[in-house]
Design a protein around this ligand. Structure first.
Ligand code: AMP
Length: 281
């Protein structure tokens, strides 16, 4: 596996891969890799076969009071995992390489970014859309893989990729979970042991609400019960627990179309998000 840190070196390395034939798959990450990221890499290998993984903790998608400085950085361990997974190129630019002096462009995807995490984290999706667009321009992949764990992000990227004629196929990969149901996340490392125990309430509350709604139960009531479960487990504040249209992410009061149940809440200093599919009742 080649580790590259400049756009020029990246272009050369990708050109060499392409000379070999076969498609190039890109997996964008912020590092501190876990089995969720590796599921994206495996899917990329199946669709590639060449896989490029980026590790870049993107400052522009963090708010001023968020965890940019504290975000876990473990590049050496990540590189070993990626090498073992058969990744061809690790693209790990410094902030100055990604955003050189004078950088002045930002991409805003309207509508779908406005609710949920877009409301809770102003500017977050501009940072995501801009950096992913740059990654597409740098790597020029055939296909790029994103986790359903960040469901709104996946929807935003799909919108942007289509709107900007990127020609990149966007593939969503199901959420990988620990044995007790908690979605794998680099931020789980922030959880104290007792917080980690209590955090199981998040997938449980969503699972219970999704089942109640799928069985024809009242949506508002199911969401209220889920919020109560989260509060009882020690989550505070709860940013949202909402049923949304699976494609547009508009909030729904009835599950009369393909829908997604999404939640974000804080456990101690750790903000966790999760989501589940809800089939039409
Ligand atoms: P991150 O490093 O958190 O920016 O995540 C990089 C990519 O991995 C994103 O597309 C995430 O949605 C995806 N991802 C993170 N956690 C999981 C998970 N538990 N299951 C599947 N994909 C995930």
């Amino acid at each position: 596996m080649q580790i590259v840190r400049t756009v020029a070196a990246l272009r050369e390395a990708v050109a060499a891969l392409r000379a070999d034939g076969g498609r190039v798959a890109l997996v964008p990450t912020m590092g501190a890799l876990h089995a969720g990221h590796l599921a994206l890499v495996a899917e990329g290998g199946a669709r590639g076969p060449h896989v490029v993984v980026s590790i870049f903790v993107n400052p522009t998608q963090f708010g001023p009071n968020e965890d940019f400085d504290a975000y876990p950085r473990r590049e050496a361990a990540d590189a070993r995992l990626l090498e073992d997974a058969g990744v061809a190129i690790l693209w790990a630019p410094a902030v100055e390489e990604m955003y050189p002096q004078g950088f002045a462009t930002s991409i805003t995807v309207a509508g779908i970014t406005e609710g949920l995490d877009g409301a809770a984290r102003p500017g977050h999706f501009d940072g995501v859309a801009t950096v992913v667009n740059k990654l597409f321009a740098q790597v020029r992949p055939d296909v790029a893989l994103f986790g359903e764990k960040d469901y709104q992000q996946l929807a935003v990227i799909r919108r942007m990729a289509a709107d900007l004629d990127t020609g990149v196929e966007i593939v969503g990969v199901p959420t990988q979970r620990d044995d007790d149901g908690l979605a794998l996340s680099s931020r789980n490392a922030y959880l104290q042991p007792e917080e980690r125990q209590a955090a199981r309430a998040l997938p449980r509350a969503l699972g219970e609400a999704a089942a109640a709604i799928a069985a024809g139960g009242d949506v508002a009531q199911a969401l209220e019960v889920a919020r109560g479960r989260l509060t009882d487990a020690g989550f505070a504040p709860i940013d949202y627990v909402l049923l949304c249209d699976a494609a547009t992410l508009e909030p729904l009061s009835r599950a009369d179309r393909p829908a997604r149940l999404l939640a974000a809440a804080r456990m101690g200093r750790t903000r966790l998000i999760d989501n589940l599919e809800v089939p039409a009742a």
